[in-house]
Ligand binder design. Structure first.
Ligand code: AMP
Length: 180
């Protein structure tokens, strides 16, 4: 049977608190310990690199996909089990989305938000039913959840939008949710 593939969206930077790195390491280790496969953007910097190195150290299979124009800027991590280079950012995101069975979003910036909203809106449209887990390290995603609640309360999305995402305090809760 194919391994469960965990598509991770997260920052290409480390962020401003040590807790973010801790969460990224924990998620990478969890992916290896559970014999899952990491799917991510193939960068070797920021939380992206942290997750990948922790997953490799824990023996995980790793799949990374990066657009050619970012190979230098995001330090393409070529020692992954599979390292794929695409022509465009859109091709990268499509491939990540196709390869992942579950989406996990760690703290990150505009890129992570872009990726998150894409899978969220696709789920809302019924294009897939992959679980979307937001790792809310130290409440990092609280303003995002507040924004989504605001969008719903102001009548621009149905209540069901909120149910499309699962907020988790720590990566360990990913394993508990997947096991259910
Ligand atoms: P960030 O969360 O901004 O640190 O970016 C995390 C990852 O998302 C990086 O690998 C970015 O290349 C990627 N990304 C995906 N889509 C976009 C986008 N539309 N704009 C910027 N970065 C993006």
């Amino acid at each position: 049977m194919a391994k469960l593939s965990i598509c991770v969206f997260c920052g290409a930077r480390m962020g401003g608190a040590p807790a973010y790195e801790t969460a990224a390491k924990e998620l990478g280790r969890l992916i290896g310990d559970n014999d899952w496969r990491l799917v991510y953007g193939a960068g070797d910097l920021g939380l992206m690199g942290t997750v990948a190195r922790a997953a490799q150290a824990a023996g995980a299979e790793t799949f990374g996909v990066i657009p050619e124009h970012l190979e230098n800027a995001e330090v393409g991590k070529t020692d992954l089990t599979e390292y794929v280079v695409t022509k465009t950012m859109h091709a990268r995101k499509t491939r990540m989305y196709e390869e992942g069975d579950v989406v996990v979003v760690l703290p990150g910036g505009a890129g992570s938000l872009d990726e998150f909203f894409e899978v969220l809106t696709w789920r809302q449209l019924g294009l897939h039913d992959k679980p979307i887990y937001l790792i809310n390290t130290d409440g990092y995603w609280d303003p995002l959840v507040a924004l989504i609640d605001h969008v719903i309360s102001q009548g621009f999305a149905s209540e069901s939008l909120r149910a499309q995402i699962t907020l988790l305090a720590t990566p360990a809760e990913v394993a508990e949710n997947i096991g259910r």
